[in-house]
Design a protein around this ligand. Structure first.
Ligand code: 4AD
Length: 606
């Protein structure tokens, strides 16, 4: 078809378009291409009510406007005062109903009147807009002038840090509510900032608390006051007063500032703190800005709670005579299998970051008795889930001369005691109330569920494996199924007696059930497994069989094996993921929120 002759219609259209272009090039009267003039020299402006366009039209016959007003505007500015637009141009209109007839008719009397009205309206609107523009420009100029003057005056305002107003007691913010009537000296970061005509309200933060400080008079007239930004560090003196009835401020007090100085100014404008982290900030940017996120109220609460949780654990262990030890992080043996080991070169030899300190804890049972550690463990997890980290805080305990039942009772007692302690402490209790108001402490005894009963539960409740089939005895219960079951039961569960084939080389088997182990996972709603523990093999030969069964060479473990040689005994222990327990306590969506600087696949910054 490419060599077909053009039709007559196409030829006519081409000719018309060529003619229009020539006319446009030769007679460019109004500046719009293609606009021609009539016999008296007035530009002829074409208006097509149906096919014209006020946006793209030029007024030429082949590019008509849609309205006469727009056609007129193409010729004259709004400030022009022509009374009769038809003296400026000839308006040729094609009515909506005459397109087929290709009839261009000069604008009639009523059309002209309408056009004049339209032009008047346009001129008025434009004049108003111009006035508004002038008003805004003036206001801006006045504001700039006022600002310049204020700055000029501000240069002369100097606040003097003297003791004439009374000796200021230097204190941290947490103590301020106890100091009503005292002049205090405070240092901190501007957490929140609100300016009114006569006052500037600063909520100060110093890591121990928040205090509202009110600046007024000369205190808001200095150059620093004019430029004060959120997250700047300041020092101030002022008197502590109780807030008025019906008003709210942290601790029920506020500081009426009489002197202050800027210590470190945080940027404003594009780099202002408030603009860098917002509710809709994308996840990876949020992760890059973890150092700034940690200044936020939620992250601060989680980290403060974390510290109190660790303290509660330590107090529990201190009271129950379990001794804290610090095992090494650089090791040359695995505990939980080779697939999640982080390997590195150690003076020419292969070494790993520890997966668990369990084996080292076992070695000191003969010297220290019951022991625990709170130590980082490392897992080269190959997937991104909301409960897996590459580095996590692992609380591990080994208890000697115990039976499996003692281990279960200990776990229950430890978790409940720590929960009670955190609910009794006013600071941690307040954080739980804010972040997880529906938290209910677990009731004793915890549900104890045999692995085989869990398989029956999953089958009966239609919780299948990832491939859609039912679980059978011997199957590993995957994370999703385990969580579904725990969420349905909605209370902590001690899931016990896992098959030997699923578990590590060191786990003791159950007397009379040689295919199952004395093992336990503590599962909690919303998170799943928070604790993994077991009784350990105490018999030397059984341990040697364990190495063999799991394909682990026993030689590097000589120091662990020796425990079975030099005075063996029954013992057991567990590991608890601190971030997972925190996620449960404070109802955090992911364990990442519970770590200071979380590490997970692909992230080790900042
Ligand atoms: O079940 P796991 O692998 O057990 C051990 O490492 C034992 N050697 C511990 C012992 O008996 N001393 O890990 C114990 C706990 C899990 O229940 C979980 O809470 C946590 O450690 N955990 C993780 N937490 C965050 N990210 C990960 N990748 C984790 N892997 C395990």
């Amino acid at each position: 078809m490419s060599d077909a002759q053009p039709t007559l219609v196409q030829q006519a259209q081409d000719a018309a378009s060529k003619l229009a272009t020539t006319v446009a090039e030769t007679l460019n009267i109004s500046g719009s291409p293609g606009v021609t003039s009539d016999a008296s020299g007035l530009p002829k402006l074409y208006i097509d009510e149906k096919a014209g366009s006020d946006e793209t039209g030029t007024g030429a016959e082949l590019s008509p406007f849609q309205t006469p007003v727009k056609a007129y505007q193409s010729l004259t500015p709004s400030t022009s005062s022509d009374a009769d637009p038809t003296k400026v141009a000839t308006f040729l209109v094609r009515k909506a109903d005459s397109v087929e007839r290709n009839e261009w008719v000069e604008l009639g009397t009523s059309g002209r009147k309408k056009l004049i009205k339209g032009i008047e309206l346009w001129r008025k609107k434009d004049a108003k807009a111009a006035q508004e523009g002038e008003r805004i420009a003036k206001e801006k100029k006045d504001a700039e002038e006022r600002d310049r003057k204020r700055r000029e005056e501000a240069k002369g305002v100097v606040l003097v840090d003297d003791e004439s107003k009374g000796v200021a007691k230097k204190t941290k913010l947490h103590a301020v509510p106890e100091l009503t009537g005292t002049r205090v000296r405070l240092q901190g970061w501007v957490h929140r900032l609100r300016s009114q005509k006569a006052n500037v309200f600063v909520v100060l933060r110093d890591g121990t608390g928040f205090i509202q400080c009110i600046l007024s008079g000369d205190c808001i007239k200095t150059v620093d006051a004019l430029d004060l930004t959120v997250e700047s560090t300041i020092e101030l003196c002022g008197s502590v007063e109780k807030v008025k009835e019906g008003q709210n401020a942290p601790g029920g007090v506020e500081v009426i500032v009489d002197w202050w100085k800027l210590v470190g100014k945080a940027p404003g404008g594009d780099e202002a703190f408030e603009g860098r982290l917002r509710a809709d900030t994308e996840q990876s940017i949020r992760a890059d800005l973890r150092h700034l996120e940690l200044r936020g109220e939620t992250a601060t609460s989680v980290m403060r709670f974390r510290a109190l949780l660790l303290r509660a654990f330590r107090e529990y262990f201190h009271k129950t005579r379990v001794t804290e030890v610090t095992p090494p992080c650089m090791v040359q043996t695995s505990v939980e299998g080779g697939s999640t080991l982080f390997e590195f070169e150690y003076y020419g030899a292969k070494a790993y970051l520890t997966q668990s300190s369990q084996l080292y804890l076992e070695t000191v049972l003969p010297s220290l008795g019951d022991v625990y550690c709170i130590q980082e463990s490392f897992r080269a997890e190959k997937s991104l889930t909301r409960r897996h980290l590459s580095e996590y805080t692992h609380l591990e305990t080994e208890l000697v001369f115990i039976e499996f039942k003692d281990l279960l009772d200990h776990l229950e007692d430890m978790i409940c005691t720590v929960v009670d302690a955190l609910l009794a402490d006013p600071v941690s209790a307040e954080i739980i109330k804010t972040l997880n108001p529906d938290f209910t402490p677990p009731s004793r005894p915890f549900m104890r569920m045999d692995y085989c009963d869990a398989i029956t539960y999953l089958k009966e409740h239609g919780i299948t494996k990832e491939d859609g089939t039912d679980h059978i005895i011997g199957d590993d219960i995957a994370e999703a199924a385990e969580r579904k079951m725990t969420d349905q039961i909605n209370r902590p569960i001690m899931l016990m007696n896992f098959p030997k084939i699923l578990k590590a080389f060191y786990m003791k088997t159950i007397d009379g059930r040689p295919d199952f182990t004395e093992s336990v996972d503590v599962l909690v709603p919303g998170v799943g497994e928070v604790v993994g523990g077991s009784m350990r093999i105490s018999d030397l030969q059984e341990l040697m069989d364990g190495y063999k069964r799991t394909g682990i060479p026993h030689e590097p473990y000589y120091w662990f094996t020796d425990q079975r040689k030099y005075g063996t005994t029954e013992h057991g222990g567990y590991g608890l993921g601190v971030e997972r327990l925190l996620a449960w306590f404070l109802k955090r969506f992911t364990v990442r929120e519970c770590s200071l600087y979380p590490r997970y696949m692909g992230r080790a910054t900042p």
